[in-house]
Design a protein around this ligand. Structure first.
Ligand code: SF4
Ligand code: SF4
Length: 173
């Protein structure tokens, strides 16, 4: 067997050195990667919640399901006119001349009898324009975002029904 030359010996040393270098690089890279993983697993406050067991407290000015306190609605149609998707349906008629005067809680005279106030929330885009123009501020957004339905018809809310008032009393503390 021929004795290796100095050049071959140097090349062998370099190969062994590179082998150890590659092992070191592999281990250090894995440790670095895992340290980032562990940092996010154990060191960072979670940004998700265990819904529905845990519910997010929404800001009071969130724009979610609409509520109309129809007792204070003067049937002015401003909300329906402002609505960009025409999803507010109002039916009202002028009150009899000799009918007793009635007012909203804020003192605005109610001159029309409201017969229907319906919002099709399947069409609503929650822009808030209807609430902004409401002169008596009876139309407001609530913080309720849990009103998924099986049919589109169930997304039409008739605010003249007592169920809507009960729903509002339940969610607005
Ligand atoms: S929030 Fe916007 S889209 Fe929805 S009913 Fe009001 S005006 Fe219409
Ligand atoms: S703008 Fe307000 S007061 Fe006028 S019809 Fe709409 S909800 Fe009623």
């Amino acid at each position: 067997m021929e004795a290796s030359t100095p050049v071959q010996q140097r090349e062998d040393k370099l190969t062994v050195g590179k082998w150890f270098w590659n092992i070191w690089k592999g281990i250090s890279t894995a440790v670095k990667g895992m340290s980032i993983t562990f940092k996010y697993v154990y060191g960072v406050k979670p940004v998700t919640i265990e819904y529905p067991e845990v519910r997010e407290e929404l800001p009071a000015n969130s724009r979610h399901r609409l509520y109309n306190d129809v007792q204070n609605c003067i049937s002015c149609y401003q909300c329906a006119t402002a609505c960009p998707v025409d999803c507010i349906y109002i039916t009202a008629e002028r009150r009899e001349k000799d009918a007793p005067a009635i007012k909203t809680d804020g003192g605005t005279a109610i001159k029309l009898d409201l017969h229907q106030y319906t919002i099709d929330t399947a069409l609503c885009c929650y822009c808030g324009l209807c609430t902004v123009v409401c002169p008596t501020e009876c139309l407001t957004h609530t913080t309720d975002y849990e009103f998924a339905s099986y049919t589109l018809d169930q997304m039409k809310y008739d605010y003249m029904t007592p169920e809507l008032k009960q729903w509002r009393d339940r969610i607005v503390k």
